[in-house]
Design a protein around this ligand. Structure first.
Ligand code: VGL
Ligand code: ZN
Length: 199
């Protein structure tokens, strides 16, 4: 069995000047790029997940009538309202240009009715192509880093653990949204509690 590097949502909208800017996103680039190089050099799989929303996505405050950062409900599922972000095929949804190229891309959040923090399943349980890709490549161990610790990294890691992967979370390669200041710390504790190895 083999290992893979999972780079979560390092897209323009989550970086400096983006619609849903994550503070300090820039700081994780050197480490991410170093690991992309190392994993590629050693012949390991490298996968980038990408938040990929249609303009009418239901998680956008602009479409729901809710306020940004507040909690509501989307098709019966609790939902935080976000600014419009990562709209498919726009600058905001592109991987940041300072990130080393990643060949394998997994798109998520394309169904306007449901959000998809996790790279594996949307909030309605609909799978992406990620698990199939990993299985096809005989992957049993994941190294996860990216944006944002308290949302997409967290839900991707928790789903990976449920699916039986051994998950290493590289915290130095993650940054969080932190609507509340301790959110990222709590997310890391939760991932650890469910079996992630924190490195
Ligand atoms: C994310 C909020 C909304 C993330 C995506 O990538 O963490 N957060 N959509
Ligand atoms: Zn999103």
């Amino acid at each position: 069995m083999k290992k893979a590097l999972l780079v979560v949502d390092v897209q323009n909208d989550f970086c400096k000047g983006g619609a849903l800017e994550v503070k300090g996103a820039r700081d994780i680039f050197p480490l991410i790029n170093k690991l992309i190089d190392e994993f590629n050099k050693d012949g390991h799989l490298v996968v980038a997940t990408m938040d990929w929303h249609p303009a009418n996505h239901g998680s956008f405050a602009s479409n729901s009538g809710g306020n940004i950062g507040e909690m509501g409900e989307l098709n019966g599922i609790p939902q935080i309202w976000w600014p419009d972000h990562c709209i498919e095929n726009t600058h905001g949804s592109e991987l940041h240009k300072d990130l080393k190229p990643v060949k394998n891309k997994i798109y998520k959040g394309s169904n306007p009715k449901y959000d998809s923090y996790s790279g594996f399943f949307d909030a309605n349980g609909e799978p992406t192509k990620l698990n199939t890709l990993l299985k096809k490549n005989d992957i049993d161990t994941l190294y996860v880093m990216g944006l944002a610790t308290d949302y997409c990294v967290k839900f991707t890691v928790l789903d990976a653990l449920k699916l039986g992967y051994k998950v290493n979370l590289i915290t130095a390669g993650c940054r969080g949204v932190n609507l509340s200041p301790a959110d990222s710390e709590e997310a890391i504790n939760e991932m650890k509690r469910f079996g992630a190895i924190i490195i």
